[in-house]
Design a protein around this ligand. Structure first.
Ligand code: C2O
Ligand code: CU
Ligand code: CU
Length: 478
């Protein structure tokens, strides 16, 4: 059956709030969609992979006229796509060539915190580097790397510090899914910017404590992109890499598509739909079938009524691949009924944002839980309707959405997730556990809300070392 709603509460859409910046169609010439290249490992063995990741400044011809000054990872803007193979040990050499301190956060990887995870306790100062190693033991997914120096995460991401990363595993590789990177398998990083004089970005001028937004869509770092379609089916790995914008995606002709994955796993079953909402930091993977089009046709991806990507149809071979009805079996571990439900509230707006009534403090642990214990958390957005959707994110874990105000979750959020949109006034229950010890942050992923203090951190207690003390930073100076 086809699902035709966006799965979220329209009253909460960002166009209802005073600070909403509508998207505008760029009036510049269409340009080929940038496909970030795959980052070459320095070395790869049967068991280990080695990468060097450099945060750097650059400039890019985004608009006619002056180039825009940007930041990126191994690239002037955004970054090269990193591939992680499940079961391998990854060794990263993280280098900072920026003029200020940064961190390298792996959004979606279940790796130890707070150092490997790369949140605010793992600074890399200008001209310096840090080496981390971790093992990948999680299902195939599209995850991402972004800067996370508190409280300047939003500004650094706005400068361009965000890149996609693909976790591969044998199960996903055994399924008949498009997998030819850059041809029929594309990362689609959705962002928005405002261009000021001489085509420059000015984060401070655009600052809004409820999230910075701009009118110009930027897709994989391209303004007004087109993509040449040469296969009948194309897999799009959407990442909402915007600071505060949600995207309401659909195609021309209401072309149906099939969602196959969410943040951290394939969905249990493919979901056929023609509209899709993605909120900050979420990933949604779809397969689009261009079978009814012929060479010369164009299919447009929109958010609301603004074109984001023009898909130019070329000659392709017929593709009759049928997706299996079951893509993924979610683990669903039991919860011990004696373990209490943990409550999190996402409070306030503007400068007064908080979590559980408190603003984030780098050297305060807000909650402790044992390694591997399965817990139910109840996350509540205490803004009354109409308020903002808070995309709630947790580091270091993959969770399962159990219910929304007591109702079943949406069919496209039944896989493993690391970010879930919480509507105004809503309670969302999630089931979570940690397979790795350490200190981990959890927060709203409207990045200005996170920087503003709608964030907390927990410690996962390792029974092998229950008194372990982590060295936590108490502040970070750019
Ligand atoms: Cu995308 Cu604290 O993370
Ligand atoms: Cu994260
Ligand atoms: Cu928020």
């Amino acid at each position: 059956d086809m699902i035709t709603n966006y799965f979220y509460d329209e009253a909460a859409y960002n166009y209802h709030d005073g600070g909403y910046v509508p998207l505008e169609e760029p009036q510049t010439e269409q340009k080929p969609l940038n496909i970030p290249s795959l980052l070459k490992p320095d070395k790869e063995t049967a068991t280990d992979m080695y990468y060097t990741i450099v945060a750097q400044t650059g400039e890019v011809q985004l608009l006619p006229g002056q180039k825009t000054k940007t930041w990126g990872y191994n690239a002037p803007l955004l970054g090269q796509t990193v591939v992680f193979k499940r079961g391998k040990t990854i060794h990263l050499h993280l280098v900072n060539h920026l003029p200020e301190v940064t961190t390298f956060h792996w959004h979606g990887l279940a790796i130890p915190g707070p150092i490997e995870d790369g949140g605010c306790h793992a600074p890399v100062y200008p001209g310096q580097s840090r080496d981390v190693s971790f093992k990948i033991n999680q299902p195939a997914a599209f995850v991402w790397l972004h800067a996370h120096p508190c409280p300047s995460t939003a500004e650094q991401v706005w400068h361009g510090l965000a890149a996609g990363a693909i976790v591969q595993d044998e199960h996903e590789a055994s399924l008949p899914l498009p997998r030819n990177y850059g041809v029929d398998d594309l990362p689609i990083i959705l962002q928005d910017r405002r261009f000021h004089e001489n085509n420059q970005w000015d984060y401070r001028a655009d600052y809004d404590p409820d999230g910075v937004a701009g009118p110009t869509p930027m897709i994989n770092g391209t303004i007004n992109p087109y993509f040449d379609v040469t296969t009948q089916k194309v897999r799009l790995r959407f990442l909402d890499g915007a600071n505060r914008r949600e995207w309401r995606l659909h195609f021309s002709d209401d072309l149906p598509f099939t969602q196959i994955a969410g943040d951290l796993s394939l969905l249990p079953h493919p979901v056929k739909m023609n509209k899709l909402l993605i909120t900050c930091a979420e990933r949604q993977e779809i397969i689009v079938d261009f079978g009814k089009y012929k060479p010369g046709d164009e299919v447009i991806l929109y958010s609301d009524d603004v074109p984001l990507i023009h898909f130019r149809i070329h000659e392709f071979k017929p593709d009759n691949t049928v997706l299996p009805n079951t893509l993924y079996q979610r683990p669903d571990p039991e919860v011990d009924p004696d373990v209490p439900v943990h409550h999190v509230t996402l409070d306030g707006m503007d400068e007064s944002v908080a979590m559980n009534g408190k603003k984030f403090k780098m050297d305060r642990i807000d909650f402790k839980m044992p390694l591997n214990q399965v817990q139910i958390w109840d996350i509540c957005n205490t803004n009354p309707a109409p308020g903002m959707i808070h995309p709630y994110h947790m580091h270091g874990t993959a969770f399962e959405v159990i219910s929304r105000d007591g109702h079943a979750p949406y069919p496209n959020e039944l896989g493993l997730k690391d970010t879930v949109a919480i509507n105004p006034g809503e309670h969302v229950k999630i089931k979570l556990w940690f397979d790795v010890p350490g200190v981990f942050m959890y927060h709203c992923h409207i990045i200005e809300h996170e920087d503003g203090g709608m964030m907390a951190q927990l410690q996962v207690i390792d029974p092998a070392d229950p008194d372990k003390k982590y060295k936590l930073m108490d502040h970070m100076t750019l």
